[in-house]
Design a protein around this ligand. Structure first.
Ligand code: AP5
Length: 259
């Protein structure tokens, strides 16, 4: 794990410095990852990040990292956000946009980015559009991962996360070597609070009401790329890359090399 960027500037805010500074890129990649909770966005973001170099910027990860701040030191807005998250509800647009606005340096980063879990409403997408325009940054594409609901629920209910290093496992598709223990750091594997059935129901409803309309929004902008999220993580990653290369009119090698 030590050669992985700790994403400190994203997770802790603008006062923090990332452990690894990206080298110059010929063509930094800038994507938004869309899809229902549990479809596998985080898993794909990790693969894309490791191979294309762009940094995974997950708004959910910012909130989970903020849980380690003492309750008395949290702002009222952060406490309200963590409470909403636990129940599976969306955090208010205002709170999310304040957080992303503070971290605009991560959008400017010369390594590129993979926005994971943001935007999640049309209002957030419009605000992101304005922010990127102001920074003269363009998105390459919006990857929309799609999967039948019953498979998504199976992925969510079997997910286990390391309480220490946050590595993600799955009881069936990616079990740890020793049950309940992280392979990487030996931390305890736990179920996320919002992966309990009562929160999952609320999250799926919030997705259908607020996030699914984003596919139309980005389709109208000519940025939407639909990816079937069936199969192994590696197969989905290859499918993503092939689709992006075809869209750019490049061979797979040329697309990879253009980064
Ligand atoms: P967030 O952390 O963004 O969660 P999410 O979008 O609900 O997505 P998940 O992390 O649950 O799933 P994923 O798609 O990344 O799947 P994963 O790769 O882990 O947000 C959490 C909460 O924060 C929200 O509910 C909200 O309250 C708040 N929030 C965050 N951003 C917000 C915003 N912008 N606005 C408002 N509120 C916001 O995979 C799932 C499991 O499946 C894993 O166990 C994995 O190992 C397994 N798996 C993955 N791929 C495969 C495969 N191909 N085959 C088999 N198993 C697989």
């Amino acid at each position: 794990m030590s050669d992985q960027n700790d994403r400190a500037a994203w997770l802790k805010g603008p006062g923090a410095e990332c452990s690894i500074k990206p080298g110059p890129r010929r063509r930094p990649r800038r994507f938004v990852l869309l899809g229902a909770p549990g479809v596998g966005k985080g898993t794909q973001a990790e693969l894309l990040s490791a191979r294309l170099g762009a940094c995974q910027l997950s708004t959910g990860d910012i909130f989970r990292a903020a849980k380690s701040i003492q309750v008395c030191e949290r702002s009222p807005a952060l406490n309200t956000a963590l409470d909403a998250m636990k129940k599976g509800e969306l955090v208010t647009d205002g709170t999310v946009l304040d957080m992303v606005g503070e971290r605009v340096g991560c959008l400017r980063c010369c390594g590129g980015f993979l926005l994971d879990g943001f935007p999640r409403t049309v209002a957030q997408a419009e605000a992101l559009h304005a922010l990127l325009k102001q920074e003269q940054i363009t998105l390459d594409a919006v990857l929309s991962y799609e999967l039948p609901l019953d498979t998504i629920i199976a992925r969510l209910s079997g997910r286990r996360t390391c309480a220490t290093c946050k590595a993600v496992y799955h009881l069936q598709s990616k079990p740890s070597k020793v049950e309940g223990t992280c392979d990487a750091c030996k931390g305890a594997l736990i179920q996320r609070e919002d992966d309990r059935p009562e929160s999952v129901k609320v999250r799926m409803a919030a997705y259908a009401d607020s996030t699914a309309p984003l596919t139309d929004y980005y389709e109208r902008q000519g940025l939407l790329v639909r990816i079937a999220a069936e199969g192994t993580p590696e197969a989905i990653y290859q499918r993503s890359l092939e689709t992006l290369a075809a869209r750019a009119g490049l061979s797979l090698d040329a697309y990879r090399g253009a980064t």
